[in-house]
Design a protein around this ligand. Structure first.
Ligand code: TXA
Ligand code: MG
Length: 323
């Protein structure tokens, strides 16, 4: 693992190279350190979940370097969002907006929305700008730990799993607290996560700012019992031998070696690589969710590493028809 001075041009170039190769890079922002990957590379994004040991796929925040990029990622930018962008970007405010199709499902955990923010820290800005594309990044800590605000914390917490850390020096993470996350509905602004920008500050710019709970809006994944469910019923099986209905789809983990009778078959990772399986998961399930099948069978996989996150999704999806 290398820790490089983020203010050096050569470090940024090296980091950009890593991102292009599909590697992750830890970088400083004005809130906390982020663990970044190329938004458009699902395999690279899957590495983030693996390194963080997240038990499930939480949606990731997409980081941009120019306000205009928001229109490449979001489908709809309501007037209240524009107001907040004008006042708080670049800075620690994340906006949840309807997403465009070019954002892979693994970034948003299958949601139709995407969290976007434009960091103000010069190293983060320089990295995203030089990469010339959005970077998906959660905080650079293992699941359940506090977010790191120093390069050496990242090194200690994530160790050799992160090949490159950009050090933002003393000016990094001046807020030391994650960004405030908001969504929009009917002219209102809903606060999903309190963070570096206060409720009061938001209220000075937007007319109606509300707590998310008060409105009964529940858009965070993992809170609804069958949030990720496809349209067709889904059944988890131990192998293709259990497939009883031919008018079906089969989501296989490694090889569909039993020549399954299903009409449609997708193999998540022929070589049994969890990272590859995770990267393909959302897209494959969507493709198998077809009008002309009655049921989707999904092969059970080992609940280790990313397999746990995938199985959690599958269990949730299968619950829709058992509750
Ligand atoms: O300050 C920050 O926001 C830092 C720096 C690195 O930018 N990032 C950060 O990311 O805190 P993370 O992944 O640790 O927290 C992001 C939160 C998660 O709780 C996730 O559920 C929520 O944002 N989130 C992201 N996209 C969402 C969406 N489309 N809908 C609902 N919640 C979303
Ligand atoms: Mg976090």
């Amino acid at each position: 693992m290398e820790v490089l001075d983020g203010f050096e041009r050569s470090s940024i170039e090296k980091a950009v190279e890593s991102l292009r190769k599909g590697d992750v890079v830890a970088f400083p922002t004005e809130t906390v350190y982020g663990l970044g990957a190329d938004v458009e590379n699902p395999y690279a994004v899957a590495k983030i979940f693996e390194i963080k040991k997240r038990p499930k796929f939480d949606p990731l925040i997409v980081h941009i370097s120019d306000k205009e990029w928001v229109f490449r990622i979001a489908d709809l930018v309501p007037p209240e969002a524009t107001k907040l962008i004008d006042r708080f970007w670049p800075g620690p405010l994340t906006l949840i907006l309807k997403k465009k199709d070019n954002i892979p499902g693994i970034v948003t955990a299958g949601l139709g929305t995407v969290g976007i923010r434009m960091p103000s820290h010069p190293v983060a800005h320089d990295l995203i700008k030089s990469f010339n594309g959005p970077i998906a990044a959660p905080s650079a800590n293992p699941f359940g730990y506090m977010s790191p605000t120093k390069a050496h914390h990242v090194a200690k917490l994530l160790g050799e799993n992160v090949p490159l850390i950009l050090d933002g020096g003393e000016s990094a993470c001046s807020f030391g607290l994650e960004s405030t996350i908001v969504s929009f509905r009917d002219g209102r602004v809903y606060v999903h996560r309190h963070g570096a920008i206060s409720f009061e500050e938001l209220s000075r710019v937007a007319r109606q700012v509300c707590e998310k709970e008060a409105a009964g809006v529940c858009e965070s994944p993992g809170q609804l019992p069958y949030h990720y469910a496809p349209g067709r019923p889904l059944k988890i099986v131990d192998s293709a031998d259990e497939i009883e209905i031919a008018k079906s789809s089969f989501l296989a983990f490694t090889t569909a070696d039993k020549n399954p009778p299903s009409k449609y078959v997708k193999v998540l990772s022929p070589r049994g690589d969890m990272r590859e399986a995770a990267a393909n998961f959302f897209a494959s399930l969507i493709e198998l969710d077809r009008e002309d099948v009655d049921i989707i069978y999904a092969e059970r996989m080992p609940e280790k590493g990313l397999g746990k996150a995938i199985m959690e999704r599958l269990k949730k999806a299968s619950k829709k028809y058992s509750i």
